[in-house]
Design a protein around this ligand. Structure first.
Ligand code: HEM
Length: 135
């Protein structure tokens, strides 16, 4: 049951990672975008960041449930986890800002926001490798 719990959380976490990386890069892809496409991508990316935060916390909850403690991580692993949490909070806020305000923005401003969301997703994905191997 423990392995199943970790695997199911990992499924959500993997698809969340794909959504935040793929959604932001798709919005930057140099092809004409029909009206509304960027908004749908912003919803996908917003849901992806939320899924990462929730499933990331669930990894800890599963450990706590089975061992009565959170994983004992130090140094590089803690730094990588902090980076991921910061990226998730900032990414969620930026995607929400896009959905609330971007209708009034210039193309250049929207482009800059998608660049920021892509960078956050890439940084979080990179940090995941360090969390994995320094844990
Ligand atoms: C609040 C945010 C997040 C938390 C708390 C969190 C937490 C975790 C934890 C505890 C693991 C398992 C550690 C391990 O055994 O390797 C993990 C794995 C992973 N996370 Fe996150 N994460 C967060 C955000 C993200 C984001 C934003 C991404 C990608 C954009 C991401 C990508 C991954 C990947 C790819 C793995 C699997 C690594 C591997 O096993 O090779 N995570 N995350």
């Amino acid at each position: 049951m423990e392995n199943l719990a970790y695997a199911l959380v990992q499924v959500v976490h993997n698809f969340g990672a794909a959504a935040v990386v793929g959604g932001a890069l798709a919005a930057l892809w140099p092809v004409p975008h029909e009206p509304g496409l960027q908004r749908r991508l912003a919803w996908l990316v917003l849901a992806g960041w939320a899924a990462q935060a929730v499933s990331g916390a669930l990894f800890g909850a599963v450990s706590f449930h089975y061992y009565g403690a959170f994983p004992d991580i130090h140094g590089v692993a803690v730094a990588a986890l902090r980076i991921k949490v910061a990226c998730a909070a900032t990414g969620f806020a930026l995607a929400a800002l896009f959905l609330l305000r971007a209708a009034r923005w210039s193309d250049a401003a929207r482009h800059r926001l998608w660049q920021a969301l892509s960078a956050l997703a890439a940084i979080a994905l990179g940090a995941a490798a360090f969390l994995r191997w320094f844990s």
